[in-house]
Design a protein around this ligand. Structure first.
Ligand SMILES: C[S@@+](CC[C@H](N)C(=O)[O-])C[C@H]1O[C@@H](n2cnc3c(N)ncnc32)[C@H](O)[C@@H]1O
Length: 784
């Protein structure tokens, strides 16, 4: 891309750099004319779209080679590698009209089923047998393996029926004898089992029914454009919106670990796409929904079925019927990419997502593409004109490349001219502003909680630094993208699989805007960092209340201690002073309404102090950085900042070390004292340091000081965020696990409080997303 960009003639580059959305048809047309004559571009497009050179197609030789390796590993008892080889073989095994090819896939599923059975993954084993049987319902080995797996799970009735079918399907006398003796074993097991139990395959769908019939209204403001507001008073923790994506794509780093359709983690029996070797799915259902071909309805020799009882014939039908074969109106998001060609694997995710949105909207319109105009693809906002010149050029090139790639789609042809490419440029600009990152929670085991202490950290880094959260996909939710951003949000977005859920985190009065955080929040970063982040990432200047009104958190987050150690006042750096001065333009609103955040009133620096501080800054008395806002004492910020940095580094080095001991901790405590006398008591770095101490004391087994430091960290965070913020919930999870280990009865209160906070953010989904919380609760009762 860089090379291609550098080869675009200077005049064209300038034209594109200076273009607005209105100029796009002409700039796109000029670039297309240039690229059509430019051989390296033509070559690149050929490489991306030619099925002959595609590396992502099926490859029978490679499948046979992997199968052979899998067999060797199986024979030597190396089941982990056998599983890998069979899975690799399945990924590239062709699944077309040839019976021989289909039989190879069925064999691979049965071989993998045997490995899964050996590894104790019995449910997965049964699922693989079912897949083999959907391809070939007469496959004796698959019925036999299924029977054995069902017996291991105590499903004796099914096991016996599986073995009965296997015996009829089996051609050899030796084979039939083996099945008979297996049946005898299962019958004995059934007889000796106290109460024969039948386990049904559990549907682990994590969607709970929770009614939500909130009527939201679209409102438009000059500062933020369109947005959503409530029409009625909405109680805290109400589910106000759920939505499936218009189009979605898995992020590249999750391609081998998560299902490309539902985004859940892949099981050991993951399923490949039937036509190419790119996507993995957790089930055939997801494979079909994403647009792969189906494995069912292949012709099987039915003559043998005459020898089966009615009951067994019905049983075969039930087992081999694909419950999802009847899906109508399915928008298959992968099918148009599914030719083994390179481009879906190589182009950036947002470009492939643009392709999916485009194809999806064309299908929704009935599949027709106007040969002159694709029309408005999405009705969403964009900031094309504000983009940096380099991004504009890149967008032009990618849009042209995507148009060429989509030319080869089944059923419709994307027109190739300036107007249509300009609409793709707009579409990608809309995706940049409106797409959401699908983040899923990685569940953590309660027993690991103290060991995993650091991983719970809500303190470090950017908005997604919490290791519990895995960024898995990028998606367009057409209604969900109407929610504007606030650094002090009143709603919270989360995902169950690919479905977006939005819940109020506080009471929202009728008519109030409903706003979520696109990343940064008050309490996490100071105002200038938040504003910068939103400008860099989303090209807009934040106009939320957090960034336009003075709040306590922004004042203290990075503040210094007053030079007079007896004073609890705040000393600010120049960048913070400048940012707060900007907000003073809104000061009359704050003073007049008197509706300051309760946080401010709770703190010793109450509304009067804030107003005084603001007033002081305004009349220029203390407007110079380095002066205490309360008593006016001076502090040399250059040396204080250097001292704090040094102190923090020293602290981190000793606490993050693998060989942390009680002695190193004792030494580090003096650095903490130094930090406390340099930085303001509610400076975020002190919270971070307290958290690190808590973690380090846990590691050396000193739980009492660990608990004290954990509490100290929570106390600071309660002042930076509000006391019911989810960040406090995460910290309480750590605190309660330490309290449990100490046998401290306060654990129950901590757990009750954290449950209240989590329920406010996740409602009835709390237990599904955080199963360890329930464990924590159960564990609490016997201990205390
Ligand atoms: C996902 S869209 C939200 C819907 C959008 N307001 C519209 O009119 O379609 C995001 C865009 O909304 C605007 N926006 C959202 N939150 C904002 C805020 N706090 N301050 C200023 N603009 C905001 C920005 O233009 C941003 O790029």
């Amino acid at each position: 891309m860089e090379k291609l960009k550098s080869l675009v003639p200077e005049t064209l580059r300038r034209m594109i750099a200076e273009s607005t959305a209105d100029d796009l048809p002409s700039t796109c047309s000029s670039l297309l004319d240039f690229l059509l004559q430019f051989e390296p571009f033509q070559q690149m497009v050929r490489d991306l779209t030619d099925p002959e050179v595609a590396l992502c197609g099926k490859n029978k030789e490679a499948a046979l080679e992997s199968k052979k390796k899998g067999n060797r590993c199986f024979l030597t008892g190396d089941y982990a590698n056998a599983l890998d080889f069979y899975t690799q073989a399945l990924r590239v095994a062709p699944m077309d009209a040839l019976e021989e090819d289909r039989n190879l896939v069925a064999t691979l599923y049965v071989n993998r089923a045997s490995v899964l059975h050996k590894m104790g993954l019995v449910r997965e084993c049964v699922r693989d047998c079912n897949r083999a049987l959907r391809i070939s319902s007469n496959y004796a080995k698959a019925w036999f393996r299924r029977g054995k797996a069902n017996a291991s799970m105590g499903n004796y009735e099914d096991a016996i029926r599986d073995l009965d079918v296997a015996k009829i399907m089996e051609a050899s006398v030796g084979g039939k004898k083996q099945i008979e003796s297996e049946t005898k074993i299962v019958l004995d097991q059934q007889n000796s089992a106290a109460s024969p139990s039948k386990q049904h395959n559990q549907n682990n769908s994590n969607k709970l029914d929770e009614p939500h019939q909130m009527k939201l209204q679209c409102v438009t403001t000059p500062e933020k454009g369109k947005g959503l507001a409530s029409t009625v008073d909405i109680p805290q923790a109400s589910l106000i919106h759920t939505e499936d994506p218009f189009a979605m794509i898995i992020l590249k780093h999750c391609r081998e670990t998560h299902c490309h359709y539902c985004l859940n983690e892949l099981p050991a029996d993951k399923v490949p796409c039937t036509s190419c070797s790119i996507p993995w799915y957790c089930s055939q259902q997801c494979c079909i929904e994403a647009g792969g071909e189906m494995y069912c309805d292949y012709p099987n020799d039915q003559s043998i079925h005459e020898y089966l009882s009615d009951d067994l014939q019905k049983y075969i039908l039930e087992t081999t019927l694909n419950a999802d074969s009847e899906r109508d109106n399915q928008i298959s998001e992968h099918k148009h990419e599914c030719k083994g060609v390179h481009w879906p694997a190589v182009l950036p995710s947002e470009i492939v997502l643009a392709g999916r949105v485009l194809v999806n909207s064309i299908k929704k319109r009935g599949g027709s593409t106007d040969s002159f105009n694709l029309g408005e693809i999405l009705d969403l906002s964009h900031h094309y004109s504000k983009m940096p010149p380099e991004s504009k050029l890149e967008l032009h090139i990618y849009s042209t490349v995507l148009s060429f790639c989509l030319q080869h789609c089944d059923g419709f042809e994307i027109p190739l001219h300036g107007i249509s490419i300009s609409q793709i440029v707009i579409l990608i600009s809309q995706i940049r502003v409106n797409s959401m990152t699908v983040v899923l929670m990685k569940s953590i085991d309660y027993y690991d909680l103290v060991g995993q202490f650091g991983k719970f950290s809500s303190l470090e880094g950017g908005p997604t630094s919490n290791v519990e959260q895995v960024r898995v996909g990028q998606a367009i939710y057409t209604s969900g993208s109407l929610f504007n951003h606030s650094c002090q949000p009143n709603i919270h977005a989360y995902f169950l699989s690919r479905t977006l859920h939005i819940r109020t985190t506080e009471f929202v009065a009728a008519g109030c805007p409903l706003e979520l955080s696109y990343g940064p929040q008050v309490g996490q970063w100071d105002c200038k960092d938040r504003v910068q982040f939103l400008e860099d990432e989303y090209s807009f200047r934040c106009q939320c209340s957090g960034c336009s009104k003075i709040n306590f958190s922004d004042l203290v987050l990075n503040a210094f201690h007053c030079g007079n150690l007896n004073c609890s006042g705040i000393v600010l750096e120049s960048s913070v002073v400048n940012c707060e001065k900007e907000k003073l333009k809104h000061l009359p609103n704050i003073i007049n309404t008197g509706s300051m955040d309760p946080l401010l009133q709770a703190e010793e620096l109450n509304i009067d102090d804030i107003n005084k501080a603001a007033h002081n800054m305004q009349i220029n008395n203390f407007s110079h950085p380095g002066y205490c806002l309360k008593c006016g004492s001076y502090r040399d910020l250059e040396s204080s900042s250097a001292a704090a940095n040094k102190c923090f580094r020293r602290l981190k080095n000793s606490l993050d070390s693998e060989n942390v001991s009680s002695t190193t901790l004792l030494g580090a405590l003096s650095s903490l004292g130094e930090l406390r006398s340099t930085l303001h008591a509610y400076n975020r770095r002190i919270a971070e340091a307290e958290d690190k101490f808590a973690q380090a004391f846990c590691l050396v087994g000193e739980l009492q000081p660990a608990m004290e430091h954990c509490k100290a960290s929570i106390q600071i965070l309660e002042n930076l965020y509000n006391p019911n913020h989810i960040v406090i919930g995460y910290e309480l999870a750590k605190l309660s696990s330490i309290q449990l280990l100490l046998g401290d009865t306060a654990a129950m209160d901590s757990i009750d409080r954290l449950y209240e906070i989590f329920s406010c953010y996740y409602g009835s989904h709390t237990d599904v997303i955080f199963p360890y919380l329930q464990l924590l609760r159960k564990r609490c009762r016997p201990v205390l």
